[in-house]
Every structure is written in C-alpha cells, then in structure tokens.
Design a protein. Structure first.
Length: 176
C-alpha cells in the first residue's frame, strides 16, 4: 500500500511520517500493493485534524479525527478504518469476490451484538433542477439541509453541494 501524506498549517515531523507508515502498514494485509491511502494532517484551533481516505476498487474507506496530539489522532483513525472494514466484512467479501487480491477473509469479525444491518427507512424522489452551484448553496441553506443535489447549469451533470465542518462549502462531481 502506498501512503501519500499532506499537511495544512503544519509540517509533520519525520517521526510522525514514520508512525503513519507503520500504522497503515498494518492494513496492508487486506489490500493489494497498488492500493493508495491519502492522509491529510491539519493543525487548527481544536487541535490536530487527521483525515485518512483509502480507496480500492470503487470502495472508499474514510476516517476523520480531531485530537490534541497528532499521534493520538493517528491511532484513533487507524482504529476507525479497521472497524469499518470489520463491520462491512461480509458485504466487502461479496463485492470483491472476483478480485483474488483482496484479502478480507483475514479481517476479524465484529464483536457479537455490534452487527448492524443497513436499513433504508425512507426514500425520496424529487425533480433535479438546473442551476449554478451558488444557487444550489442558497437552496440548501433555505431548506436547512447539509447537502443539495442539482444539475449544474454549466456542465449539465449531476452535482452535490454540501456544507463542511468549517462552515465553508464543497461540491461533489461525478468522475467522467
């Protein structure tokens, strides 16, 4: 597994980078060598924000942690990713069955009593409006939602605007 480390408002020490490589190497056994993990370490008012995203064969594992110490944030983030993989072990095994290089059979089973079924309890349908991202943000705010799905006026493709933890906005677009 390849680990790409980036930082914002902070320059991680060589020791922290070594620890990140060491901790994420424990997840190597589940993935092929070409798997990539993107790590972002950010220093802010609330402490160190540690974000890890591991994407393989269309499945995304993500962990975001804020702690006073970057090493503590690292430990918690790796633990979260491991629990995600254990929690969805059976679904992942079914999805990756044709991929011999995925080794989810060695994932520990989640503790008894902690298995959760995914239940979709509500379904909504709505007309997707053509608008600019700025108009979509206004509509999202009016609805008091955290995200809003719309068709971008410039590209004519579906997109999603969302509000981030720092109260700024983001946009998600499908890859072509």
């Amino acid at each position: 597994m390849r680990v790409n480390i980036s930082a914002k408002n902070y320059h991680p020490s060589d020791h922290l980078k070594e620890m990140i490589d060491k901790k994420f190497s424990k997840l190597d056994k589940y993935f092929p060598e070409e798997a990539v993990t993107e790590i972002m370490v950010e220093k802010g008012k609330a402490g160190y924000k540690f974000e890890a995203m591991l994407q393989e064969k269309g499945t995304l594992f993500r962990s975001e942690v804020t702690a006073e110490d970057p090493y503590i944030a690292l430990d918690i983030a790796v633990g979260k990713l491991s629990r995600q993989m254990s929690k969805f072990k059976s679904k992942l095994k079914a999805k990756f069955k044709p991929h011999k290089d995925m080794r989810f059979d060695i994932l520990p089973d989640i503790a008894e009593g902690h298995k959760e079924e995914v239940k979709i309890i509500k379904e909504k349908t709505f007309d997707v409006e053509i608008m600019t991202p700025e108009d979509a943000v206004v509509q999202m705010e009016l609805l008091q939602h955290d995200f809003y799905v719309f068709k971008d006026a410039a590209t004519k493709e579906l997109a999603i605007v969302y509000i981030r933890e720092d109260k700024t906005y983001g946009i998600i677009r499908p890859k072509a």
